[in-house]
Write a protein that binds this ligand. Structure first.
Ligand code: PLP
Length: 390
């Protein structure tokens, strides 16, 4: 038998993380104590009140059957309420909200409803790889890369997009607070993008899983506060340290939500009802745009880690800016290093695991990403080790 992958599988980029995994494994076998600052998975636990609610809800036989892929009614109502208190926006739970099995599923599946072969999708680069791959390429679409550069504060340079490209664009992915750069977008910038989309008849998928991951009293806006012709995808993963529970939501324009729901109804059977009930409990902690204690508590911890890492790097001669949001620190590699991957390999040798910028696309070259997913003492230890090779 001659088993062949579909061409879209062959269009995926080389999996650069395989080399990192191999090296890590080798170091582990050598007995090196690894400090993982690579993957963006919170090390902090899910808040107790959410876990307790889930335990209560899982015991109820009503919550043990198939869910609906668009999400339970009370879940969609809680998401609507959250959007009202957090952003001051009204959405109809019946038509303008859908559950997603984590933001990743929503980001990928939304393309299935709208992208035909050859359609152009504007994708930030460096960026969350699913925009280009799991979404655009898996629909045989064409990812048009918008470089995020330091000179442009890691925002797509809208003036650099030519009119032919803009006319062809069907959809744009945008993500602020941004992974991997930690950059934020002002309401003025979001207005410019929304106007551009309006003028050129494409819609924006505003991927916003770090909306609550903000420091120093900064409150992140959503694109939907500017225009509701688009869609926001958000999730409990980072907000409530719930990456393992796979529970998020898509909110916005009813036609876009209807398209996503159609796709999902043919592919998945929703996310566990008891998880949705527990997330409702977390969302209901919000009484205003300010973070409730269950979220603020985590953010204080990440803020301290951020400050320790930034100070440590800059004391070594780095010029790393302090991010206002996310739990990532994006920084240029030392001038003596050729590529971000070379530098990452050197760090693995001393047991410090970080992510090369190229893991987020070609325009990530020259940078690396630290995830603040280890306690302060481990971050200090990582800094001590880095000092020995700089
Ligand atoms: N979008 C971005 C930019 C992310 O960084 C992530 C996760 O790291 C996701 C979406 C998906 O998160 P989840 O599927 O856990 O909600």
């Amino acid at each position: 038998m001659n088993i062949k992958y579909a061409e879209r599988i062959d269009r995926l980029p080389k999996y650069i993380f395989a080399a990192i995994e191999e090296l890590k494994e080798q170091k582990r076998k050598e007995g090196v104590d690894l400090i993982p600052l690579g993957i963006g998975d919170p090390d902090l636990p899910t808040p107790g009140l959410i876990v307790e609610e889930m335990i209560k809800q899982v015991k109820d036989p009503k919550n043990q059957n198939y869910p609906t892929s668009m999400g339970e009614e009370d879940y969609r109502e809680a998401v609507a309420r959250w959007n009202k208190v957090r952003y001051g926006l009204d959405f109809n739970p019946a038509t303008e909200i859908s559950h997603v099995i984590g933001g990743k599923e929503g980001v990928a599946n939304i393309a299935r409803a709208f992208i035909n072969p050859g359609d152009l999708v504007l994708c930030p680069n460096p960026g969350y790889p699913v925009y280009e791959n799991g979404a655009t390429k898996f629909c045989d679409g064409y990812p048009y890369l918008m470089p995020l550069t330091k000179e442009n504060e890691f925002l797509p340079d809208l003036d650099a997009l030519d009119s032919a490209t803009l006319k062809k664009a069907k959809m744009m992915y945008l993500n602020y607070p941004n992974n991997p750069t930690g950059a934020i977008a002002s309401k003025e910038y979001l207005k410019k993008v929304a106007d551009l989309a309006e003028d050129n008849n494409f819609f924006i998928v505003f991927d916003n899983p770090y909306s609550e991951f903000t420091f120093d009293d900064y409150i992140a806006p959503t694109l939907l506060q500017i225009s509701q012709n688009h869609v926001e995808i958000n999730s409990s993963s980072k907000m409530f340290n719930m990456t393992g529970f796979r529970c998020g939501w898509a909110v916005g324009n009813a036609e876009i939500i209807a398209g996503l729901r159609k796709v999902k109804s043919q592919i998945d059977s929703g996310g566990s009802i008891f998880v949705q009930k527990a997330v409702i409990k977390g969302l209901n902690e919000y009484k205003s745009e300010k973070k409730p204690e269950i979220v603020a508590k985590s953010m204080k911890i990440y803020e301290e880690r951020r400050n320790v890492l930034i100070k440590g790097l800059n004391d070594m001669g780095w010029h790393t800016e302090t991010p206002k949001a996310t739990f990532y620190v994006w920084t240029a590699i030392p001038k003596s290093e050729k590529t971000s991957m070379d530098f990452v390999k050197k760090l693995i040798n001393i047991g410090v695991i970080i992510t090369p910028g190229t893991g987020f696309g070609e325009y990530g070259e020259g940078f690396v990403r630290f995830a603040l997913t280890q306690p302060v003492d481990k971050i200090k230890e990582a800094l001590e080790r880095i000092k020995t090779i700089i």
